[in-house]
Each structure stands twice: as C-alpha cells, then as structure tokens.
Design a protein around this ligand. Structure first.
Ligand SMILES: Nc1ncnc2c1ncn2[C@@H]1O[C@H](COP(=O)(O)OP(=O)(O)OP(=O)(O)O)[C@@H](O)[C@H]1O
Length: 201
C-alpha cells in the first residue's frame, strides 16, 4: 500500500496535512495517535470510504476494512451475516470464515442474533466479516475493543499469521500496547505520520 501527500479537512477543521505511508506485503504496521488525531479519518480514506481533498492511495488486490463500530443488523444471526457477505464477496463457501470463528472462539454463536451478542462478540463478528475473503491488505480500526485478554492475544497471533502469509496488516489504535508485535509503527500527530520506534512496552 502506498499513500502520497494525503490532505483532508472537515470544513475548516484541517485533520490530515500531507500523510505519506508505505506498507509492503508481509508487513504488520501500527498507527497510534491521540483521540481526535485523525486516525479514523485516515483509515476511511485508505478504505476508499472517504475521498481525500488531495493525495493518492494505491493498494494492490483485495482489501478488508474493519471499522471502529460494527455495522451489523441486530435482527440477523451471525450465520446470516456470514452468508450475506459470502454472496457479496462471491465466495464459494464459508470455510475461511469458520476458521476465523474457531480462532476467535465464537463458533457457538453462529445461530445467535447480532442484537443479543455481547460487545466483544459483536467485535469478533465485525473482524470476521473484514477477514473472511482473505484480503491482501487489511485495515483494522481499534480491532480488539472489548476483547478479553485471551482473545486479545489470539487477535495478535492471527495478525502475525496473516503477515507471515504475505498480507499487509495495518492496525490503528489510540493505545501503543504491544508495539513489539509490529514491524512498523507510526504516530499520527498534527496531521502527519511520524515513524516511531518499535519497542517492547
Ligand atoms: N464527519 C465529520 N465531520 C466533521 N468533523 C469530523 C468528522 N469526522 C471526524 N471529525 C473531526 O476530525 C477530527 C479527527 O477525527 P477522527 O475520528 O479521525 O480521529 P481519531 O484519531 O480516530 O479519534 P479517536 O481516537 O477518538 O477515535 C476530530 O476533531 C473530529 O471531531
């Protein structure tokens, strides 16, 4: 993924002032920044959901975007969500989705309606929907919100596994936990990205 000179403002509120970013295949990168620094704005631009005022975003192949808040239909079951996305992604089956559900340990909720799921389980479904078509580039906005400790660890194992399989993974968070798990770390500050040291916390 290649990002060049991305600028964005909401009316007179300038949020991004020339963002540059390179994330190759087989890299696990993180972006941290304070609340309101513009992390979600940048991810929405990278995902093509928001058009920047200026600048270029290039990525090769399929991408998956896990937004900060899960976009789920409370009346549908977990399985119905998976089926809906299977059709949208034109996948032959749900094998990969089922593997992710096993890793995140929520297969037993397949027939539960989204409306009755806990916050952490909703987030597991949100993440599964972003990963089930095995995207080459993964954009994850606070993907471990509401996860318990074991799930949090399994999330990082999954991210490392995807990186080792040649995917580009970008995790955005306001917390710089577990930076030793990352290959690259940037801080979003005053509208631009600054390379940060990857250290064990
Ligand atoms: N749709 C919008 N219209 C106007 N202003 C917006 C909009 N979305 C975000 N902003 C403003 O842009 C700035 C950056 O917001 P953004 O959500 O990108 O930050 P963030 O770094 O993701 O924050 P957080 O860590 O709290 O999620 C904030 O000042 C926010 O109020």
């Amino acid at each position: 993924m290649e990002v060049r000179d991305v600028h964005h403002a909401y009316r007179r509120r300038v949020v991004l002032r020339g963002v540059e970013l390179d994330l190759g295949a087989g890299m696990l990168g993180g972006i941290v920044g304070e609340n309101g620094a513009g992390k979600t704005t940048l991810l929405r631009i990278l995902a093509g959901e928001l058009r920047p005022d200026r600048g270029v975003v290039r990525h090769q192949g399929r991408f998956g975007y896990c937004p900060q808040t899960a976009v789920l239909n409370d009346a549908l079951t977990v399985r119905q969500h998976l089926e809906f996305f299977r059709v949208a992604f034109a996948l032959p089956d749900l094998r990969h989705a089922e593997e992710i559900m096993e890793i995140l340990r929520f297969s037993e909720y397949a027939d539960a309606r989204a409306g009755v799921l806990s916050g952490g389980t909703r987030q597991k479904l949100n993440l599964t929907l972003a990963l089930m078509h095995d995207p080459q580039v993964l954009l994850l906005d606070e993907p471990y919100q509401g996860f318990d400790w074991d799930t949090y660890q399994r999330f990082w194992d999954l991210a490392a596994h995807l990186r080792d399989a040649g995917r580009s993974v970008l995790v955005v968070s306001h917390l710089a936990y577990d930076t030793e798990r990352l290959d690259l770390l940037w801080r979003l500050d005053a509208g631009t990205l600054h390379a940060d040291a990857v250290t064990s916390a």
